[in-house]
Design a protein around this ligand. Structure first.
Ligand code: 2IT
Length: 447
């Protein structure tokens, strides 16, 4: 296969699907060489098949806002690939959601899930519903209306959604409540990220951020460094940023910045447990404003409007917000200010130019599909607990999460070690994920 030829075909077929084409290009560039050593992949047209979702459901979601006005949004579920297990992946509620965004996320999810060591296929879904400024009652009515359509596409052995941007445990609660009413099925395994008293796994809320820091520890260890005393800049203040800030602080690092769409909060002495707890309140308020942190803790945090987390000098950058949030310009500024490591926690958080810059200027870099896989891995652990009607302790879940992140790091090293001994984590993650899915597709014939 030739990446350029496949990309040209996809560009004609899916013009304007920017995020999807970007995600596919990154994976194909990484795997081309290995792929071409396997004529059996070529014969079964694995690449042509793996870049296409199995199916996409699109549906209208109509609901009534607090003023009594009728509102209409669009809902989607992209079932991308089921070669290694049932469809699995989150739901994103954000005003910018498009089929392109969900296709990129479903494609990434397929390889990420393969890295977790657990049997899960890839999927993603969501809606262009904008949660910013919505009341709790509006969120509930929207979730119920969304599930009215979605329930027919999902099931505990078929497709298991979870949260993503704009969907946390509150939304999963409303979605699950409606699913039960419609399906008359009381198997908790249909969604993950549930509340801990009704089937949710302990540590699932923390898992993406915790897993990201465990991965970072392994990466630093391999490079002969440690987290202790390091300054960390985090973008975002949602669920993922919260988990990352919690674990980074526990492990002895200092989180000196968090950010939002309105600007950045500089926290020179490092974030405190009270401030970390306040991140949850900020997320629950649906105001999408990080400035509130500086208002609440004026002695500790200084807010600068319009600036990103990447403007604050740090050792390690952890993008935890949204795709393409870190540009090449940001990468240059980070490096100039002393940053020497970037672990991508958001899905495709770094633009291709930023990754290229990091990799060619001595900045350690690891991609989201490896770094953030602890979230979906713990969803997989939640599915296991649901299927066997048991509940594991925090210690049990944490040790399994630890083991999984170690294994993901090992897979990256195995497939990504370069002739000079350094590790290309992008290549490593993409090849490891791809080989597993491709091999499964091959063994299951032309379907
Ligand atoms: O991007 C992701 O991996 C998630 N949003 C979590 C998906 C899941 O099914 O837990």
């Amino acid at each position: 296969m030739k990446t350029n030829e496949i990309m040209s075909r996809l560009q004609v077929k899916y013009p304007g699907e920017k995020e999807y084409l970007q995600a596919v290009q990154e994976v194909l560039e990484s795997i081309e060489e290995v792929y071409n050593r396997h004529p059996e992949f070529e014969a079964a047209k694995i690449v042509e098949r793996i870049v296409e979702p199995d199916r996409i459901f699109t549906f209208r979601v109509t609901w009534i806002d607090d003023r009594g006005e009728v509102q209409t949004n669009t809902g989607y579920r992209v079932q991308f690939n089921s070669a290694i297990g049932p469809y699995k992946g989150g739901l994103r509620f954000h005003r910018a959601v498009t089929p392109s965004m969900l296709k990129f996320l479903g494609f990434e999810q397929t390889f990420k899930n393969a890295l977790t060591t657990l049997p899960m296929g890839g999927a993603k879904g969501g809606s262009d519903f904008n949660p910013v400024g919505k009341s709790d009652a509006e969120i509930m009515r929207f979730c119920q209306a969304f599930m009215w359509e979605l329930w027919q596409c999902i099931g505990p052995d078929q497709d298991i959604p979870a949260g993503d941007v704009g969907v946390g445990s509150r939304e999963i609660g409303y979605l699950y409540g409606m699913y039960k009413k419609l399906a008359r099925e009381y198997n908790t395994g249909v969604l993950t990220g549930k509340g801990s008293t009704w089937g949710g796994s302990i540590l699932r809320p923390e898992a993406t951020g915790f897993g990201a820091l465990y991965f970072t520890q392994h990466l630093l260890d391999k490079a002969g460094k440690t987290l202790v005393g390091k300054k960390i800049a985090i973008s975002g203040f949602g669920n993922v940023a919260w988990g990352a800030a919690t674990k980074a602080t526990q492990l002895g690092a200092k989180v000196i910045a968090i950010s939002g769409p309105d600007g950045v909060c500089h926290i020179p002495d490092g974030i405190t447990p009270e401030m970390i707890a306040y991140m949850l309140e900020m997320r629950a308020s649906n105001s999408d404003r990080v400035a509130d942190m500086a208002t609440r803790f004026p002695d500790k945090a200084q807010f600068t409007p319009g600036k990103k987390a990447w403007s604050i000098p740090c050792d390690i950058a952890l993008p935890c917000a949204f795709q393409n949030e870190l540009s090449e310009e940001d990468a240059v500024e980070l490096k100039k200010n002393g940053c020497w490591c970037c672990c991508e926690v958001s899905n495709m958080g770094c633009q291709p130019g930023a990754i290229h810059y990091f990799q060619h200027n001595g900045v350690l870099f690891a991609p989201g599909k490896a770094v953030n896989a602890g979230g979906v891995a713990t969803s997989g652990l939640e599915m296991t607990q649901n299927a066997s009607h048991i509940s594991w302790s925090a210690e049990e879940v944490d040790s399994k999460l630890h083991y999984i992140m170690k294994s993901i790091h090992e897979q990256c090293v195995r497939f990504g070690t370069q002739p000079d001994g350094t590790v290309d984590y992008v290549k490593g993650a993409n090849i490891a994920g791809f080989m597993k899915v491709a091999q499964a597709m091959l063994e299951q014939g032309i379907v």
